[in-house]
Ligand binder design. Sequence first.
Ligand SMILES: Cc1cc2nc3c(=O)[nH]c(=O)nc-3n(C[C@H](O)[C@H](O)[C@H](O)COP(=O)(O)OP(=O)(O)OC[C@H]3O[C@@H](n4cnc5c(N)ncnc54)[C@H](O)[C@@H]3O)c2cc1C
Length: 399
Amino acid sequence: MSRSIITSDVVIIGAGIAGLWLHHRLSQLGYHCLLLENNQIGHAQTLSSQGIIHGGSKYALNGILSNAAQTISGMPARWKACLQGNGEIDLSAVNVFTEHQLLWSTQSLSSKMVSFFASKALQSRMQSISKKERSGLFADDGFKGALYQLDEPVLDVSSLLKALIKPYAANILKIPEATPDWVKQDGNITAMRFGDEVEIQAQQFVLTSGEGAAELLQSLQLTKPKMQKRPLQMLLCKAKDPANPLPQIYAHSLGSGSKPIATISSHPDKTSNIVWYLGGNIAEEGVGKEPNILIQEAQALLKQILPWFTLPELEWTTHHVNRAEPKQSGFARPDSAYVSTHHNLHIAWPTKLALSPDLADKVIDAISQQKVQKTSHPEQHILPLAQLAEPLWDRAFNQ
Ligand SMILES: Cc1cc2nc3c(=O)[nH]c(=O)nc-3n(C[C@H](O)[C@H](O)[C@H](O)COP(=O)(O)OP(=O)(O)OC[C@H]3O[C@@H](n4cnc5c(N)ncnc54)[C@H](O)[C@@H]3O)c2cc1C
């Protein structure tokens, strides 16, 4: 049997947010670019994310503007330009759940934190909301704590992926699940092969494969860069009676520590019932716990952090997912988007959905330093198109 050959300027492997954003940018720049996915688009970390376009405030809650907070601080403005249709990618069709995430505390904040919140460094990102300006759940007289508004939008990630896919869908292809064989010449990769059936040739290769990068690096016999996985057990709940749904909130709950106790985002499922998605400390500390035990802890936590709110009867589930990142000492959270180049191979992890634009800049910069020809390639109907995965809210309760 003769092997079918597909050609491109740049091949990107892995269609999560990192691969989709980069594919869109490179295609706009005139490169012929194929994005290859061996499962469904977005199914891994990307559609497990809360969709928060972080500006770093969460990382500054200990009163120090860390490196992470500084690197990420430009991201909300960059995304907002795209969402308004005048940024590097037109995201005007994306559904924005809220322009401003909230942060609340039921206890009075320590004086150190109050003065930090009032400091110049944070004033532009975080504003205190007075009692008469509060709305929804936080307008209730029963809520006695402090409320802040963060300059961080929250997006419907499914609609984001649809907007990124649409103009270039013909070049987002489904590849077999098997690990490919690689063809190399003088250290450069020239092609990837799946058995005797398909060979995909390109001048540059990029791995935006999330957790899958470890296996691909092994198949390439590369011992570096090393990857780390930081697991989470997230929680999801929704009203048993869709006629009496949960209210929509997008907020971090702050206790006495420097990390949010819980971060709640709200997502309409396909029946328009609202699903609360809980992350933060509870999900980090929930790793390895029996789902039923963690659900009981989350029920108790909601009563503690929303004491004035009577919850409707809820249906619960949990979701295990790993964050895949470049390895750091002590499994710390990396500060910024990461790219490592070996000849014509670029290995990339955004480390945050919000940092995907920064990651794309770094890869484009690395590619532009190599002599890549922009060539035209015929449409090659050899592999099927990759399909977008279902939102988590519509699949998590059935698993
Ligand atoms: C629970 C959770 C909540 C989060 N919330 C936020 C948030 O609110 N804001 C934020 O900024 N960040 C958030 N993050 C982080 C963010 O989701 C990730 O940094 C980002 O989605 C990573 O994108 P990615 O494209 O690198 O990886 P992924 O989304 O994991 O995509 C990798 C893709 O590569 C594919 N793949 C793997 N191996 C192969 C192969 N051999 N061949 C072909 N394809 C392959 C996979 O199938 C997958 O589709 C969150 C993460 C988690 C886990």
